[in-house]
Design a protein around this ligand. Structure first.
Ligand SMILES: C[C@@](CO)(OP(=O)(O)O)[C@H](O)COP(=O)(O)OP(=O)(O)OC[C@H]1O[C@@H](n2ccc(N)nc2=O)[C@H](O)[C@@H]1O
Ligand SMILES: Nc1ncnc2c1ncn2[C@@H]1O[C@H](COP(=O)(O)OP(=O)(O)O)[C@@H](O)[C@H]1O
Length: 275
């Protein structure tokens, strides 16, 4: 069985308070982006391991045991004693980029195992499992534009469609630690609630829709700010860093001619159309 975990962007990201458990409550809108990994799982008929992981495409640091697709398998295996599996993961989504790639792989692994082994788990149950694997994993279970609060796993519906808009995603060769990015944040509430901002035309978002991480990440990495400014110069109607970075996205009108520049070597660029 094969599935294609997609990335996400954050439309607005307000860190509103620090929680007793050290995490932060935030407000954001998650929006899926059709930049995808590939994940294939088959039953392992040889050897005595519970799983094998074959990985290709972009490099991921860390041990196999810490790969989020393995963590997702182990989470369900503990409860359902699953058959041994042979996992093939092709990474196309840059890791640690604010795009939720690892979180998406984990959530899609849960959905794939649920279907492959007829576990009959509901979306709500799958979201609970996903939240154990990462703060932005649960979003990928339903994988639809949604307003998120809490640590990023308390959802409420929004009527927002960017279908047809073009997106340019630029990920410079810069690593931003999510942990450090949160540690440097001064939590505060935005003047205008994000739920109100997203109801306005996209052309109006620039003056109101903020990613709070920009304030601490841009001074450390001016190159990320420059990418955002370049995207505006090249006609983006809205541009922002996504998540805790380092990726920056620009939204362009459906009819716009997208910029073709490369933003420097070792930079990952994706151009696509939102659904
Ligand atoms: C910042 C966000 C916004 O969408 O996106 P990314 O930058 O990862 O894409 C997410 O909240 C990231 O979620 P995720 O990447 O799953 O974070 P986790 O692995 O769960 O947590 C990494 C670290 O970030 C901090 N963290 C994460 C989420 C949160 N709501 N509060 C936090 O303080 C914690 O210090 C935690 O140890
Ligand atoms: N399948 C995976 N894909 C990407 N990163 C993974 C995966 N499994 C574990 N990781 C780890 O998760 C972190 C990146 O998670 P990811 O969701 O890609 O970050 P972000 O949400 O910032 O884009 C890195 O520390 C990486 O080593």
């Amino acid at each position: 069985m094969i599935t294609f975990p997609n990335a996400k962007i954050n439309l607005g990201l307000n860190i509103v308070e620090k929680r007793p458990d050290g995490y932060h409550n935030l407000e954001t809108v998650f929006y899926p982006v059709p930049l995808e990994d590939a994940l294939e799982v088959n039953i392992l008929h040889e050897g005595n391991e519970k799983f094998r992981l074959h990985q290709a495409g972009l490099e991921i640091e860390g041990e196999v045991e810490n790969n989020l697709v393995v963590k997702a398998y182990k989470l369900l295996d503990e409860k359902f004693n699953l058959p041994p599996v042979d996992i093939h993961l092709f990474k196309h989504i840059p890791s640690g980029a604010g795009l939720g790639g690892g979180s998406s792989d984990a959530a899609y692994m849960l959905k794939l195992l649920n279907e492959k082994f007829n576990l009959a788990l509901t979306d709500e149950t799958l979201e609970e499992y996903a939240a154990k694997l990462g703060a932005d994993c649960a979003f990928f279970i339903r994988n639809a534009p949604t307003y998120a609060e809490g640590i990023g796993n308390v959802f409420s519906p929004i009527s927002l469609s960017l279908k047809g808009y073009q997106i340019v995603l630029v990920k410079p060769d810069i690593f931003v630690s999510t942990w450090e990015a949160f540690a440097q944040i001064k939590p505060h509430r935005q003047e205008m609630p994000l739920k109100e901002i997203v109801k306005r035309p996209v052309e109006k978002w620039k003056e109101w829709m903020m990613n709070d991480f920009e304030e601490s990440v841009f001074p450390q990495f001016p190159a990320i700010r420059e990418i955002k400014e370049d995207l505006y110069k090249q006609g983006a109607i809205y541009a922002s860093m996504t998540g805790s970075g380092s990726s920056v996205f620009g939204l362009f009108e459906p009819s716009a001619i997208l910029p073709s520049n490369t933003f420097g070597e070792k930079t990952f660029i994706y151009r696509g159309i939102l659904k």
